[in-house]
Design a protein around this ligand. Structure first.
Ligand SMILES: CC(C)(COP(=O)(O)OP(=O)(O)OC[C@H]1O[C@@H](n2cnc3c(N)ncnc32)[C@H](O)[C@@H]1OP(=O)(O)O)[C@@H](O)C(=O)NCCC(=O)NCCS
Length: 171
């Protein structure tokens, strides 16, 4: 079952993030997002099997800056599936549900830094090809990707993609 995360799921989601990423950074990121203005509760989504949380995805608000203009967009992070249940389609189901929900929040584009062999199957393309830059993190260009929610947004918008402060200095 795929559903919106609720407050009583927080501790299970924390355990899931720790076991999927083997790091404290992602649980910290999720906590920071939840207590920030960039948080959209309906875009924090879990998969549940027999009362147990098996996957989690979070999208939050970010911006694209083009000269003196700022556009509201979203970023996808983190995404995690219980290690013993990976490669069964749970990650994909969470991504599709989250992208579907974006339409109701007037989000034109969703950005992420992620595995370049994983996200393109869901329609993500290289953001650099469409005139978007990322300056906050130094990453290979193929891991910086974007998904078009609003038709035409990829060609209409360009500029520097910026994560909110919640994403900075996580280590
Ligand atoms: C990445 C992750 C969320 C994928 O979730 P999942 O439920 O295993 O993914 P799905 O079953 O929906 O994957 C669908 C297809 O994507 C591919 N795939 C899955 N994981 C992949 C990975 N890590 N890299 C590349 N391709 C991957 C496979 O081809 C899979 O199809 P197949 O099983 O027929 O081969 C999960 O592996 C995970 O939690 N990893 C640890 C945390 C992490 O790295 N998160 C993402 C940060 S960018």
């Amino acid at each position: 079952m795929i559903r919106t995360e609720e407050i009583q799921d927080y501790s299970q989601v924390e355990q899931l993030l720790k076991s999927a990423f083997k790091s404290e950074a992602e649980p910290r990121l999720v906590e920071r997002i939840r207590s920030s203005v960039i948080f959209i509760p309906e875009l924090s989504i879990v998969s549940e099997t027999d009362g147990h949380i098996t996957g989690h995805i979070m999208l939050s608000i970010a911006e694209v800056i083009d000269d003196d203009q700022s556009y509201r967009v979203a970023c996808l992070a983190p995404l995690a599936v219980e290690p013993t249940l990976q490669r069964k389609g749970i990650g994909g189901a969470l991504i599709r549900e989250a992208l579907n929900r974006c339409q109701q929040f007037n989000i034109p584009l969703v950005f992420l830094i992620g595995h370049p062999s994983y996200y393109p199957q869901f329609g993500f393309v290289k953001a650099g090809h469409y005139g978007f830059q990322l300056k906050q993190f130094e990453v290979p260009e193929e891991v910086f990707m974007v998904y078009e929610i609003e038709a035409g947004a990829l060609n209409r918008l360009k500029g520097e993609f910026r994560y909110s402060d919640a994403f900075l200095d996580l280590e």
